[in-house]
Write a protein that binds this ligand. Structure first.
Ligand code: RIB
Length: 298
């Protein structure tokens, strides 16, 4: 069953250099060839959900430059409804990304048009979503508004708390599903010990917390319950981990929107994340639903 996913999130262009190792502060390293890819956590999640079988609407903003035109076209080419993407004066969001030999990355973001996404953009009633995705590459009030609207419409809100920042009591009271990596987990709750941070987060919010742990899979935490979901490994090398979290969240949303339980959706999300790192670029290897199902069967 196809479900409807709405993404209220960021749209970027990614400017990427691969190098044998990432530079330290103050250091210059010689990299390989420069490449430009479509990116933005929100837009990547939208594409991941669409390829995983969901009907997707993207809400966000691009600048009135060539990057913005390309970004919207790329989303539309994936079958995503882009009628709610605004074109605003100024530059599209740009991410400067370095990728090291093991596929690890660092990202620096110039938010550009993403900063102009506001609460007024978050009108979800007419879209009738089953799942609403949002994150912090757009202004925080817009992300909170997306979660609030999702709750009002009885849709499942899923928050990717990146770039990491402290989360408010107002957001936690809405019990969204929160999907941080271990670093984001410590920052959003302000506790350097990941286990203690998780305990505190699940005390303050009744929503599920899914901690992504790269090749180790994911840890599901709800109140006092802790359950590990191991990742599956495709038979291919890791090339670029950029966007692996977005692949995970997009598939999670598509499966849940289609009626799967959170637990069933987590297996699919792990498979999507594992497949997504096997080619360059955040969207280079975002898998189809068929590819995810094939890896799950294997
Ligand atoms: O999660 C990966 C994404 O983070 C990149 O595509 C980049 O645009 C940044 O938003």
């Amino acid at each position: 069953m196809n479900g409807r996913v709405v993404v209220v999130g960021s749209i970027n262009v990614d400017l990427v250099v691969h190098a044998d190792r990432l530079p330290l502060p103050g250091e210059t390293v010689l990299g390989g060839q420069f490449a430009r890819f479509q990116g933005g956590k929100g837009a990547n999640q939208a594409v991941a959900a669409a390829r995983a079988g969901a009907s997707v609407t993207m809400i966000g903003a691009v600048g009135d430059d060539a990057y913005g035109t390309d970004a919207v076209r790329a989303l539309a080419d994936e079958g995503i409804d882009t009628s709610r993407v605004r074109v605003v004066e100024g530059p599209t969001g740009v991410a400067l990304i370095g990728v090291g030999a093991r596929g690890e990355n660092t990202i620096m973001l110039a938010a550009g048009a993403n900063e102009r996404v506001g609460e007024e953009d978050v009108e979800l009633d007419s879209l009738r979503p089953e799942v609403v995705l949002t994150g912090f590459e757009i202004p925080y009030p817009a992300a909170v508004a997306a979660v609030r609207s999702a709750r009002r419409l009885r849709a499942t809100p899923i928050v990717t708390p990146a770039p990491a920042r402290a989360v408010s009591a107002e957001l936690l009271a809405l019990d969204p599903v929160i999907v941080p990596n271990e670093h984001e987990l410590t920052v959003i709750i302000g506790n350097d010990d990941p286990a203690a941070a998780l305990d505190e987060l699940t005390r303050r919010s009744g929503g599920a917390v899914v901690v992504t742990q790269g090749p180790a899979g994911a840890l599901l935490a709800v109140r006092d319950r802790r359950e590990r979901f191991n990742s599956v490994r495709p038979k291919a090398d890791v090339v670029d981990t950029t966007g692996a979290g977005d692949a995970f969240v997009g598939a999670l949303a598509a499966w849940m929107a289609g009626g799967a339980s959170l637990e069933e959706a987590l297996h699919a999300a792990n498979a999507a994340g594992a497949l997504s790192v096997t080619a360059a670029g955040a969207r280079g290897a975002l898998p189809s639903r068929a590819a995810i199902e094939e890896l799950l069967r294997a």
